[in-house]
Write a protein that binds this ligand. Structure first.
Ligand SMILES: *Cc1c(COP(=O)(O)O)cnc(C)c1O
Length: 418
């Protein structure tokens, strides 16, 4: 097809974008290491790791091999009444890595679906004896995905509630903790649990880092307090580790910063090293028992559940991560963000600069002009996708020192030019 880019512009939807009046898109020809090759021949460092996913970068021999080897056996087979080694080995690896209380695994096909499944688990858990526990409590500024259940627990202001009001389940929200200021949020949560605990099935949170809702970091002490409150008020705790899992914050899972265990945990994004869509919901034995207490079973079963190609590449990705010096790599990225972005703090229009693990954030006072910032960054050899007031990066862990300093310098220069 000759004019495929213009066909794209006329017919193909991109995320959260107009199909009738499209903004610029850049064609990618290939990707290798931490870089993307654009159609015009330029190579640019991918500071987004394809939205948190490509932790090992692109065209990774170990992951390519895992896919090809599995492809020769079978690409897919239904999971209803059948099973296969890639799924079982992945389940076993996930349970080894995750907090010890989690003992059962449900494979879903995307992060949003994993959140739906986690919410269903929580609702079905209380069904047998306390069916009035049907609401979910969360903090503001969250992001948990784009399907209806997931949207209902996203931030009610910056999320999509206004577009779908009346269609979304009405959940409960309290203030989000902000950095080290978490006591107020915990008090508000305690009072809502005191007043509404009898109708609350679960609290859902992104541990330590709130991602797409604003790239906000908060003190692990808040998570410890939420765990205590959930126990005291007989409410399940769901942790959404879809963005934070697999080392992004400097720990394998962000809940390890707090030393707590959730009752239900969602993982996705980096699970397959960015090769394909796969997510998983991990649950404690108590949750599994509760769900089935009334003689029911968990009512979910995607067509592509536990897809063998995705499970094989996920297993290879986890093994590659575990055999790599990932903590050192993530620590080096955190240090580079701390050192290299610090000078932005005094630049005009900057509200805050922060880094945690392999995440670096510059928060502006005003919304940024995404395409003009993007063009400036591309001309410096870097791909980022700013949103709202945020210019941020979460690169593949494997980027070289040169690529890392190119990325950090480009971010700092662009902010000084604004
Ligand atoms: C991206 C994300 C999701 C949704 O995952 P999809 O695979 O895009 O459906 C859910 N929760 C968090 C925290 C995420 O970052």
């Amino acid at each position: 097809m000759k004019d495929w880019v213009s066909f794209d512009r006329r017919h193909v939807w991109h995320p959260y974008a107009s199909v009738l009046n499209p903004g610029p898109v850049h064609a990618v020809r290939s990707a290798r290491g931490a870089s993307l090759e654009l159609a015009d021949g330029r190579w640019v460092v991918d500071g987004m790791a394809s939205w948190w996913c490509a932790i090992h970068g692109y065209n990774v021999p170990e992951l390519n091999d895992a896919v090809s080897r599995q492809l020769e056996r079978m690409a897919h087979v239904m999971f209803g009444g059948l099973t296969h080694e890639p799924a079982v080995r992945l389940a076993s690896r996930l349970l080894e890595l995750a907090p010890a209380g989690l003992q059962h695994v449900f494979f879903a096909d995307s992060g949003s679906v994993a959140v739906e499944v986690a919410l269903k688990m929580a609702l079905q858990f209380w069904q047998p004896g306390q069916a009035e526990k049907r609401r979910i409590l969360t903090i503001r500024h969250g992001y948990h995905g784009d399907t209806f259940g997931a949207m209902s627990v996203c931030d009610p202001v910056t999320g999509m509630h206004h577009l779908f009001s009346g269609m979304l389940p009405r959940q409960l929200f309290v203030a989000a903790p902000a950095g080290q200021q978490w006591e107020h949020a915990a008090e508000e949560m305690a009072s809502v649990l005191g007043a509404h605990g009898h109708e609350i099935a679960a609290v859902i949170l992104e541990p330590v880092v709130q991602g797409a809702g604003g790239m906000r970091f908060y003190a692990p002490a808040f998570l410890r307090q939420v765990r205590r409150l959930c126990d005291a008020h007989d409410v399940l705790l769901i942790l959404d580790e879809i963005a934070t899992g697999f080392g992004r914050t400097g720990r394998m899972f962000a809940c390890e910063h707090a030393g707590i265990e959730p009752d239900i945990m969602c993982v996705g994004k980096a699970l397959t090293g960015g090769y394909m869509s796969l997510a998983a919901v991990l649950a404690s034995h108590e949750v599994a028992r509760g769900v089935e207490a009334g003689g029911q079973v968990l009512m979910h079963g995607p067509t592509f559940m536990a897809n063998p190609l995705a499970c094989s590449v996920a297993l290879a990705s986890i093994d590659l991560l575990l055999s790599s010096p990932w903590q050192e790599r993530v620590g080096r990225i955190e240090q580079a963000f701390r050192d290299g972005l610090e000078s932005c703090r005094s630049a005009r229009g900057v509200a805050d600069v922060r880094a945690l693990g392999a995440i670096g954030v510059i928060e502006m006072k005003q919304p940024v002009d995404v395409s003009s910032v993007q063009e400036r960054l591309l001309s410096k050899g870097v791909w980022l996708r700013p949103f709202g007031r945020l210019i941020y990066a979460m690169p593949p862990y494997v980027l070289s020192d040169q690529e890392l300093s190119l990325l950090v310098q480009a971010m700092a220069e662009v902010v000084h030019e604004l």
